[in-house]
Design a protein around this ligand. Structure first.
Ligand code: ADE
Ligand code: ZN
Length: 358
């Protein structure tokens, strides 16, 4: 175990702890590229591509971002994604996200994309992938951050359609770093995707899955035992099951938690009720992420500010969260060690030395 910052770690003022946390180098491991489509870009792409939308302005679209639950959000998210048509659109979307991520101190981003929502509208799989990949490579190089692309199967379309998406992906596996499972969780348990994830494993690609966002702890068990995922996306309902908490803690399976998303989708009634502190106290490898920042009120540092304002996290907790993000990232050990050195240096510069000593 690493030792967390000690000197003064519990005594920083709220403002200085927020500055410390926002300035940390960190990895973002749960962000849907389609969820970074800002209302202004929706409007610009709708004009560019001649797509009619039921919203007259970016302000009207922003005002529509009030959700009852996951499904009410997904309905708007898929509707807005319909403005994405060309390789340039996907490239522009990726570069816009990377700029915002870099400004928040993100040095590595693992980014979901949902090709089925585009191919169902007649957009070619390659149009989506090439635009995103080129954006990630060129934008990442220019901004000094690394990235991964994770193809998510849409669970509401079922396993047969997931196999069709995987068939389209197979000629391009060098450009796809892993596979995930997202969209409507309730009624679509991970076990329904056992065979397609077995195929993903046989192709040598790592897997993740959304589970325990709205769905019960049983879905997290299934993601672990049947899909054999490396990370759980969300997973906040794990706390309802002590045996599951023990399993997650012992295996260091990361949970990519998305606080603003959870409040906007009413998984928790308010940020002060979020179970992030309890997940940390339980010793789980928790990370903070933005999920769909254009819809939920902000990017990674907006999540950090919202959490810091409502929950009593110490400097040591923030160190743990950033360190967990590097532990959970898909990277080589030398890169991981370099990120953690940079994190330790940040804490030392801010007056919290001793962060990284073993
Ligand atoms: N797709 C985009 N955001 C999602 C979320 N929070 N849960 C499930 N599917 C999603
Ligand atoms: Zn998500």
């Amino acid at each position: 175990m690493h030792r967390r910052p000690s000197n003064g770690a519990e005594s920083g003022s709220e403002a200085s702890v927020i500055a410390l946390a926002c300035g940390m180098p960190k990895a973002e491991l749960h962000v849907h590229i389609e969820g970074t489509l800002e209302p202004e870009l929706v409007m610009a792409l709708a004009r560019r591509n001649g797509v009619a939308l039921p919203y007259p302005s970016a302000e009207a679209l922003r005002a529509a971002c009030r959700f009852r639950d996951l499904q009410s959000f997904l309905d708007l998210y898929y509707a807005c994604a319909s403005v994405l048509r060309t390789e340039q659109d996907f490239y522009d979307l990726m570069v816009a996200y990377l700029r915002r991520a870099a400004a928040d101190g993100v040095v590595h981003a693992e980014i979901f994309f949902d090709p089925q929502t585009h191919t169902a509208r007649g957009v070619r799989f390659e149009t989506v992938l090439y635009g995103l990949r080129r954006g990630l490579e060129e934008g990442g190089r220019a901004l000094g951050l690394s990235g991964r692309l994770i193809l998510c199967f849409l669970r509401h379309l079922g396993q047969v359609e997931a196999f069709a998406a995987l068939a389209q992906a197979e000629p391009h596996l060098d450009a796809i770093d892993g596979f995930g499972l997202d969209s409507s969780e309730l009624g679509h348990p991970p076990s329904g995707f056992a065979e397609v994830f077995a195929r993903v494993r046989s192709l040598g690609r790592p897997a993740v899955a959304h589970a325990g966002e709205e769905g019960p702890p049983a879905y997290i068990w299934e993601a672990l035992d049947i899909l054999k995922v490396r990370r759980i996306d969300h997973g906040v309902r794990a706390l309802e099951d002590p045996a599951l908490v023990r399993r997650l803690a012992a295996s260091r399976i990361p949970l990519t938690v998305c606080p603003l998303s959870n409040v906007r989708l009413r998984v928790f009634p308010e940020m002060a009720a979020h179970n992030l502190p309890a997940l940390l106290r339980a010793g789980l490898c928790v990370t903070i992420n933005s999920d769909d920042p254009a819809y939920f009120g902000g990017y990674l540092n907006d999540n950090i500010r919202a959490v810091a304002g409502a929950l009593r996290l110490s400097a040591a907790d923030w160190y743990t969260l950033a360190r967990n993000s590097f532990e959970a990232a898909w990277a080589g050990e030398a890169q991981r060690a370099a990120w953690i050195r940079a994190l330790d240096a940040h804490f030392a510069r801010q007056g919290y030395p001793g962060a990284g000593s073993a």
